[in-house]
Ligand binder design. Structure first.
Ligand code: ADP
Length: 483
């Protein structure tokens, strides 16, 4: 089969710049696509974290005045990724979080910054770099959402387009007065264009104009067509349901491999589960908790936001955290939640350990050492931590929403004997039901043969990208612009 060229458009990409699951996906998918005969390159902004890693690059495009300053596009390969980097210092030479200024507020020119990303992708899509003219352009989340719109309003032949929603809660809505500065024509400001509740909707634009829309799990693809999870875009998504599908995320099983992981204390596998115990001890030591091998150790690795339901976990602590239960939490985000978790360590000093921050190494140790991973999200497009948990033998305790519903099989009277249970699910998402789920998990934990069976079932679930990437490859082939 002839290789198909795909340009991925992303505001973050692992391992160069990451705030969440989006980066994991945009970093892993291009590699997985190689075995599908897809040549994928990714256009990313030239943040300092990206440019500092650069060893050599070719300048392949130059814009003397691009959204208020000079810019160029660099072509390079690094960290096993083939990249086009949009080097525009006036927009991206800002360290730290890619979206948020040091004062915690969004950068005031985010509309311009990510319009520039979308515009660059559209130019490449139309053939501005002859060495790589894509058959398909794949835009990820609102930051890339204008790409299909720029292509739509251009007169030139265009590639096929896909818009992937990683989280519908982030929509990129900006004042209508910015239309000109963004570089869209006046006629684009209509309900069938980029207009969105009186402003300009970046994600809306992508959903409106892309040939195909995907999201990151089949259940979330259904949920977002309803008002609750649809968050203002459900009408458009219903109208376009014939081109909307859900493709589950995978994880990079080379990075997340308990048998070879250099970030954990003791490697282990499905047939050497006893070796897992040393990770539990290391984790308890790291969080200054009693080194109790028989404690039921819960782990959380998460952004602290309303979406993730971690306020519900706080509410359930008095009942869920009974004797013999410990909890370690790694996360950051909402300042109030951070403070409440720190306060909880004072109330339960022997049972709760909290680390506020972002720590990739510690995330691996939690997956390897915790008995169960708690993910009580109110909504969850796919969720990646429960996939890592499955692979590392930490039994996921999850709410029954979105991708969590699609990736965990609840342990009950039917699924345990049938040998298919992989975790605990609860719903509706309330603190009472979460408490019940933790207690149910603790009951199972004390039944060692059943617990180990569930661990082993989870560890052998296919969570790799390979089979998921095939679904993207199929979609690309359906919409590819012919040569
Ligand atoms: P989301 O993208 O909504 O934050 P996902 O579950 O899809 O949630 O992906 C989160 C990713 O970020 C996972 O790879 C997870 O391990 C990682 N992560 C989240 N918070 C932290 C943290 N505080 N430290 C290290 N890794 C984290």
């Amino acid at each position: 089969m002839k290789p198909l060229r795909v340009l991925s458009v992303a505001s973050e990409i692992y391992p160069l710049i990451k705030t969440g699951g989006l980066a994991d996906v945009t970093g892993a998918l291009p590699k997985a696509l190689k075995s599908e005969g897809i040549e994928a390159r990714t256009v990313v902004p030239g943040y300092p974290d990206v440019l500092n890693e650069l060893e050599s690059a070719d300048e392949v495009l130059r814009f003397p005045n691009f959204y208020g300053g000079p810019a160029r596009v660099l072509s390079c390969s690094m960290a096993e990724l083939d990249l086009f980097i949009l080097d525009a210092p006036h927009l991206f030479a800002r360290p730290g979080n890619p979206y948020v200024a040091p004062d915690g507020a969004d950068w005031p020119d985010n509309a311009i910054r990510f319009a520039a990303l979308g515009r660059t992708a559209a130019e490449i899509g139309e053939g501005a770099i002859p060495a790589f003219v894509p058959h398909v352009v794949h835009a990820h989340d609102w930051q890339a959402g204008l790409t299909p719109a720029f292509l739509h309003y251009s007169e030139r032949p265009r590639p096929g387009t896909i818009m992937t929603v990683h989280n519908l809660a982030y929509q990129g809505k900006f004042p209508r007065e910015m239309l000109r500065d963004i570089g869209l024509p006046p006629e684009s400001f209509t309900i069938d264009g980029v207009e969105y509740y009186g402003g300009i909707g970046f994600l809306k634009a992508g959903l409106q104009f892309a040939d195909r829309i995907t999201t990151v799990s089949p259940t979330y693809a259904v949920e977002i067509q309803e008002p609750d999870a649809g968050m203002g875009l459900d009408g458009l998504l219903r109208a376009r349901s014939d081109v909307l599908s859900g493709i589950l995320n995978g994880i990079d099983i080379a990075v997340w491999n308990p048998g070879t992981d250099p970030r954990i204390a003791s490697p282990f596998g499905v047939n050497t589960l006893a070796d897992r115990a040393a990770n539990k001890t290391a984790l308890q030591r790291r969080f200054d908790l009693p080194l109790a091998p028989d404690a039921f150790l819960l782990g959380v690795i998460s952004r602290l936001s309303w979406q993730k339901g971690l306020d519900l976990l706080l509410e359930s602590l008095p009942l869920a955290l009974c004797k013999g239960v410990q909890l370690v939490l790694l996360g950051n985000g909402d300042r109030d939640l951070e403070a409440r978790y720190i306060a909880a360590t004072k109330s339960y000093p022997d049972q709760i350990g909290v680390l506020i921050g972002y720590d990739e190494n510690l995330a691996h140790l939690i997956q390897a050492g915790a008995d169960a991973l708690v993910v009580p999200s109110r909504f969850e497009p796919c969720g990646l931590t429960q996939l890592c948990a499955l692979r590392y033998g930490a039994i996921p305790i999850v709410s029954r929403v979105g991708g969590l519903a699609d990736t965990v099989i609840d342990a009950n009277e039917m699924t345990i004997p049938a040998g298919v249970a992989t975790g605990i699910q609860f719903g509706p998402v309330t603190s009472e039901n979460l408490t019940g789920a933790v207690r149910r998990a603790k009951g199972l934990f004390h039944n060692k043969p059943a617990w180990q069976r569930i661990q082993k079932n989870g560890m052998t679930v296919d969570v790799a990208w390979h089979n998921r990437a095939r679904h993207y490859a199929d979609l690309y082939r359906q919409i590819a612009k012919p040569d």
